[in-house]
Write a protein that binds this ligand. Structure first.
Ligand code: SF4
Ligand code: F3S
Length: 108
């Protein structure tokens, strides 16, 4: 499966969702996750993300491994709904691009 990591928080550009053939992205207040039970490993979303937030599970950087479980958990949170079309990014998305750490800002 593929995994959305910390870089997405408060950036949430949503370019990723437009290319996903199985609509497996789920949306929270300031972050997206991938449902690991539905991702078919097509790789298409990786290149779409301006924040370079998406990795194959095996390639998730060491300091981002917690996001594997976070994606799995939040994908099953009933408040996190499918998102299948790109939408406007937050107005301050560019200001958060590349800012680290921001895992503590993840809004569930
Ligand atoms: Fe969707 Fe493909 Fe990305 Fe998986 S790898 S989330 S199937 S676009
Ligand atoms: Fe997040 Fe990148 Fe998608 S910032 S919403 S993973 S395009």
């Amino acid at each position: 499966t593929y995994v959305v990591t910390e870089s997405c928080i408060r950036c949430k550009y949503t370019d990723c969702v437009d290319v996903c053939p199985v609509d497996c992205f789920r949306e929270g207040p300031n972050f997206l996750v991938i449902d690991p039970d539905e991702c078919i490993d097509c790789t298409l979303c990786v290149a779409e993300c301006p924040a370079e937030a998406i990795f194959a599970e095996d390639d998730v950087p060491e300091n981002q491994r917690a996001f594997i479980a976070i994606n799995a958990e939040l994908a099953k949170n009933e408040r996190w709904k499918p998102i299948i079309e790109r939408k406007e990014a937050p107005v301050d998305a560019d200001e958060w691009k590349g800012v680290m750490p921001k895992a503590h800002l993840l809004d569930r």
